[in-house]
Design a protein around this ligand. Sequence first.
Ligand SMILES: *[C@@H]1O[C@H](CO)[C@@H](O)[C@H](O)[C@H]1NC(C)=O
Ligand SMILES: *[C@@H]1O[C@H](CO)[C@@H](O)[C@H](O)[C@H]1NC(C)=O
Ligand SMILES: *[C@@H]1O[C@H](CO)[C@@H](O)[C@H](O)[C@H]1NC(C)=O
Ligand SMILES: *[C@@H]1O[C@H](CO)[C@@H](O)[C@H](O)[C@H]1NC(C)=O
Ligand SMILES: *[C@@H]1O[C@H](CO)[C@@H](O)[C@H](O)[C@H]1NC(C)=O
Length: 439
Amino acid sequence: MEELTSSHILSLLLCSFLALSPIAFAAEVTDTLGKGQNVSDGETLVSAGGSYTLGFFSPGVAAKRYLGIWFTMSEDVVSWVANADRPLTDAFGVLVISGTGSLLLLDSSGQVVWSSNTTGTGFMTAQLLNSGNLVLSDGSGGAAMWQSFDHLSNTQLPGMKIGRNLWTGAEWRLTSWRSLNDPSPGNFHYTTNLEGVPQNVLLDGDKVIYRTGPWNGQWFSGVTEMATYSDMFAYQLTNTPSEVTYGYVAKPGAPLSHLLLTHDGVFRRLVWEPSSRAWKVFFQGPRDICDDYGKCGVFGMCNANAPSTSFCSCIKGFSPTSPVQWKMRGTSSGCRRNVMLDCGNGTSTTDGFVVMHGLKLPDTRNASADASITLEECSAKCLANCSCLGYAALDIRGGGVGTGCIIWKDDLMDLRYVDGGQTLYLRSAKSELGTSSSP
Ligand SMILES: *[C@@H]1O[C@H](CO)[C@@H](O)[C@H](O)[C@H]1NC(C)=O
Ligand SMILES: *[C@@H]1O[C@H](CO)[C@@H](O)[C@H](O)[C@H]1NC(C)=O
Ligand SMILES: *[C@@H]1O[C@H](CO)[C@@H](O)[C@H](O)[C@H]1NC(C)=O
Ligand SMILES: *[C@@H]1O[C@H](CO)[C@@H](O)[C@H](O)[C@H]1NC(C)=O
Ligand SMILES: *[C@@H]1O[C@H](CO)[C@@H](O)[C@H](O)[C@H]1NC(C)=O
């Protein structure tokens, strides 16, 4: 990630030397643009702590210029781009605050290439904070009029959110670049999905191709790695009537980090290691074949350590829907139940539960949650409803079996084993209950 490409060399030439040495030339460096001032190509704003730089860059073809924000020590990682799909064609672009209070990117002929679309009259400034957020304010001390953290590119920094504001309907999501050299919007998106029980999803167009599994109070059920770096980062899943969002903050002393959605549809958590001056990949999703959404179809189970069975098997009490296809490794049609459930009338059923350990919980987009009941009550609630096919604890923070309740009523989809995964209680007919059944 650190290799010097032609774009680096160009930006080295074009960016002012001051920007590269913020400490040595501290007096010359500013993080704020005021009315009547401008940032022209070759000039930069540098955040007060030096971590982030705003300026003009060319990711590939030198003839295309973009205004963006990048990590000062790693110029190839650009966290925000203003004119992603309208590159400038010369080095005469300029960022200004207009008389009417808009932050504007103008081309060499003075045409507006990008605008914050704000209006204001006060003492307008645009400041690059040391969080990497570019904030436009009118000096009144009120809320920001515009901020780059609300306009996501392919990068999530600490303090940024993905998901949805349910009051305004605004959605925050990462969008991939079209290619390594082209920041215009690509096909991949990453966001917090609010249907059913929230989970993060990676989309190709509008199709889910990877999901993290639902939040369990500590991490996403399919991303147990998160436990291993929770000393550096605090994760925040917010699920309230006003918003369903996910973000994280860096704990004191944590190194610089970011989450990146690559142009080829891979989601990564990257952490800067100062000694080697390189980004370390702490997590990557999809991480293996079993993370491909629905790899083994409905009621299929993916085991990344079992290549001899093409990774897929049917869960207990189920058999391949299409044995012929399954033999030929066509597993997407999934599995079907061997013995029908005994639904009963709500008070009497002979069904029980098969206990399955170590899982990324199934897709929760059609599931429902109840945080107020115990796992035992969850079990009773499931048995009492014919449409309940399984349940799991919603929150594992307290240890033990966990608390709260997730109930699935649709076919269970996208099941896999993960290290340190969760327990799913699968509703099964009496004759299918082996020794591992719950009481
Ligand atoms: C930008 O600022 C420079 C120096 O203050 C000034 O000469 C130039 O005219 C300004 N450009 C624009 C487009 O405002
Ligand atoms: C500003 O408004 C224009 C025209 O409606 C729109 O195309 C553009 O996306 C808006 N810019 C931002 C940053 O919202
Ligand atoms: C449910 O079935 C049980 C036993 O078959 C019966 O005793 C009970 O009355 C039934 N309850 C209802 C609500 O139909
Ligand atoms: C959710 O429900 C919809 C509508 O019934 C169905 O089309 C879809 O396949 C379900 N998705 C999952 C993951 O169960
Ligand atoms: C059973 O569950 C379904 C789906 O969650 C729900 O619509 C229905 O009201 C429930 N029925 C009872 C009797 O609780």
